[in-house]
Ligand binder design. Sequence first.
Ligand code: GUN
Ligand code: ZN
Length: 468
Amino acid sequence: MVSQVHLGHIFHIAGSPAARDVPDALADVPDGALIIDDRGRIAFCGTRSDIPDEYRAEKVFDHRPGFLLPGFVDTHVHFPQTFAGDAYGGGQLLEWLELCIYPAESRYAEVEFARSAAAEFCTRRIAAGTTAAMVFGSAFPHAQDALFAETRRRGLRMVGGRGIQTTGEPSAAPLITTEDDAIRLTSEEIDKWHAADTGDVATALLHVAIVPRFSLAVTRRTLDNLGELYDSVRERGVYFHTHLNENNRPGTGEVDTTKHAYGVTTYLDTYDGKFLPGSAVGGKSLLGRRSILAHCVHCQDVELARMAETGTSVAHCPVSQQFLGSGTMPWKRTLASGVTVAAGTDYGGGDEWLIPQVLAAAFKVHISEPGEHGVSMHPAEMLFTGTLAGARALDMENRFGNFDVGKEADFIVVEPARVPALEHTLAQGIRSEDPALARDQTLFALLMGIREPAITEVYVQGRRIDVA
Ligand code: GUN
Ligand code: ZN
């Protein structure tokens, strides 16, 4: 690879700010240059006139008047729901799973179907500019093989693992395995795919996670066995991923049903080794700095404190929470706990592949929180949540997520002209005389208005990814 100079309007969140300091870390370079070295790393990010002499003769890609942004990070998306967005079953989470999702995911038992789904899943990710993702996988090993192989072929970053289920409704039967198979298949996936592309987690694009669907889809024995398994592979950089406190519909909600089924005081306890009645310790914890829990809409303060203490992160999925009527994750209270909050589409619980649309939903739901809980998210916070916070949640902030020199160059090119509504808003929108506010208004308009056709180029580690 030779060095590349990309020109465009750059926005990114520089450095490694705490969530509350993110607005001060917003970097805005209207006449910007992003230089990628021959190893696919950021060599320079700054104003075009400041390009160091040594790079002046390098290959130049002029994207002006387009934008250069870090690639989006989707910290929660379901591979076996690739064709299940907008699935209608007339109910909230538990009914929707039983009526729509378990049957949709069961179709991946067919090898050819699973293979075509893997191709489509990667295509949708690339179109949305999602360069890194935590992927909730299929129960079927052949489908996971297809997903990892296709992800490697396309050059994307992925953490993912097969969805583990050991109990459930009749419609979930094809997805359920015995206790022994649950552990065997998960260990085999780790051995086969964890860092399989480079053989070293520090450089790999592919990583494996242990992924029980949620506590209601497994047993105490499964959680015990998974705790043992995780303990034995933590040092290898393996991840943990599942759902927590998503839906609390009175009478049939997931949260109360789980607490009742396990007899625990908090839902989080079931993942924290405390899955016996009364939240007594029964096994090892699954929490840690490479653990991401999706939703966290209805957390108690003790749960947020325990997540912060262990370095466990939240995948915030407001598009899905609206689609399934799950409620609104309290933005201020969740962030105040100190946990990292990153964005997730939760496709097909959400009906959008685009992280910017998740950020737009976040803005809308959090400004609508009641009274003093309501907040107008800063555009820099939105960008952070969809990029650097995702890298942090994936424990790879040292590798990607912004344009700091030395990081691996994951970025996208946005051409507003491909989406007229975006182009015209950027050109004609009211902008403040105050340069800082004008900058924030431009970033806000950009994030709210991005649609897939505007994302014209996608790069991971400085390599351009083909859309087809
Ligand atoms: N909880 C358990 N399984 C699922 C799922 O597939 N989607 C969502 N949104 N929540 C879940
Ligand atoms: Zn989900």
